[in-house]
Design a protein around this ligand. Structure first.
Ligand SMILES: [Zn+2]
Ligand SMILES: [Zn+2]
Ligand SMILES: [Zn+2]
Length: 349
């Protein structure tokens, strides 16, 4: 027993001894060899839409919401179209965080103890754990091999029992019928306790003790270290565009993928003709290199997409304005469509 206690003493103080909390273990500093990344960009198509294509896109957009009247879309005069390109750059960093926690379980004689005698304990970052899928958030738990330490239950000291907290080990509690007076309403002896004021404790069946909650009556517990591995997809992105359409629409618009690279560590873009994209790529990668000090980046991916935008000028009755047809599937962004139905709520009159 002395030997196991020594093992426990040695095994436990290394990390935080809080059974509910995990202690994050920072990854070892590793210098990874850099591979040169080929920087070739696909060409994007610059297509100026015809009036017929614009009208078709607009009519389709009108159809999607019942409050838009198709009259304006059918009859408005398209007075000019200009073409622009939006760029969407996204950097994904897939990180891994490892934390450990000291846990215990009641000792089950049928289960073999995998203690330090069975082999050397691996440090949290040496335990082989892999994500089931890259760039997919997930959490995995694993019992660290060779960390089992069998010891007597610190709660009951191997007695397997604990004093009953309800009756304070006396095996009797105050009579609930007469509330301890021993008398019933007609001044006769209470029928439940027969005037004795106390009745047998139902919690411990009048034994004065209950099964130990910590070891569940086994007398011994097995301590072990549990590893928690958290994989997380961290996203940083940027929209480069001069057109005045809401930026949040751009990432969802289909376009051409100009560049797509995945590696343990990707390198910043340097030769894209739009200088701002190179700068952003460098900035986001610099940020990613220090953003998660407790984590290890296990994979990175960066994608550059171009989204065509057609800025269309129109005239409808006495109104003139503009709207946008964007993305390779010709989505429409029309901030102030001139003919919305139900502009006045009938209930308000
Ligand atoms: Zn116990
Ligand atoms: Zn009791
Ligand atoms: Zn009573």
């Amino acid at each position: 027993m002395e030997k196991t206690e020594n093992c426990l003493q040695k095994a436990l103080p290394i990390y935080d001894f809080d059974p509910s909390g995990y202690t994050t273990i920072p990854p070892p500093q590793e210098k990874k060899g850099k591979k040169t990344q080929k920087e070739e960009f696909s060409s994007s198509q610059v297509i100026l839409l015809t009036d017929a294509q614009i009208r078709a896109a607009l009519l389709d957009w009108v159809k999607r919401k019942s409050y838009r009247s198709p009259k304006a879309a059918r009859n408005m005069i398209l007075t000019g179209v200009s073409q622009a390109t939006a760029y969407y750059y996204i950097l994904e960093s897939f990180t891994e965080r490892r934390a450990i926690c000291n846990k215990y379980e009641p000792f089950d004689k049928k289960v073999c103890i995998d203690g330090p005698v069975e082999g050397e304990e691996l440090s949290p970052w040496e335990v082989p754990v892999f994500p089931s899928e890259m760039f997919c958030n997930q959490v995995q738990y694993m019992r660290i091999p060779h960390t089992d330490v069998l010891t007597q239950c610190p709660e009951c000291k191997e007695k397997k029992w604990a004093p009953c907290k309800i009756c304070h080990a006396s095996s009797k509690v105050r009579c609930p019928v007469c509330h301890g007076s021993g008398k019933s309403l007609n001044k006769k002896n209470c029928w439940a306790c027969n005037g004795e004021r106390l009745v047998a404790c139902a919690t411990c069946m009048a034994l004065g003790r209950v099964c130990c909650e910590m070891c569940l009556g086994k007398g011994k517990v097995c301590y072990y270290k549990e590893l928690r591995v958290e994989y997380k997809r961290n996203v940083c992105d940027y929209v480069h565009m001069k057109a005045s359409i809401p930026r949040q629409l751009v990432p969802w618009a289909p376009g051409d993928v100009l560049f797509d690279s995945t590696a343990e560590r990707v390198q910043a873009l340097t030769t894209f003709p739009e200088e701002e994209i190179n700068k952003v790529s460098q900035e986001l990668l610099r940020h990613a290199s220090t953003a998660w000090p407790d984590c290890q980046i296990i994979q990175q991916r960066h994608i550059l997409k171009s989204i065509p935008i057609n800025h269309v000028l129109y005239q409808w009755k006495n109104t003139s304005g503009s709207f946008f047809v964007y993305g390779s599937s010709n989505y429409v962004y029309f901030a102030d469509y001139p003919q919305n139905k139900f502009l006045k709520c009938p209930l308000c009159f």
